[in-house]
Design a protein around this ligand. Sequence first.
Ligand code: FES
Length: 109
Amino acid sequence: MKVRFIQRDGTVSEVTAADGARLLDIAQADNQPLEGTCEGDMACATCHVIVAAEDFARLPPASEEEEDMLDLAYGATRTSRLSCQITLNEALGTLTVTIPGGSRNMQGR
Ligand code: FES
């Protein structure tokens, strides 16, 4: 399957992901600016991504814990998800997500 990352500045990057991979790991492998500080414990929300509306409905729904964490995420929208909670599979085809940015300043500027 494929994941298309869209960054704030409009940069698009498309990568191939293996069945069963975590979206967070795929994003980090592609150098997308997602910190994922808690490494999937649903305790940081720095792995927040905005899923394309047409893809959002095809993902398994978020757990209550994930929803609670998303409430705290910077710039969260109705189609926001925590990328550490998304397991990819072939059936998804191509998943398009936007990297919100701005939750932390990774460059220290
Ligand atoms: S990595 Fe911390 S909530 Fe996803």
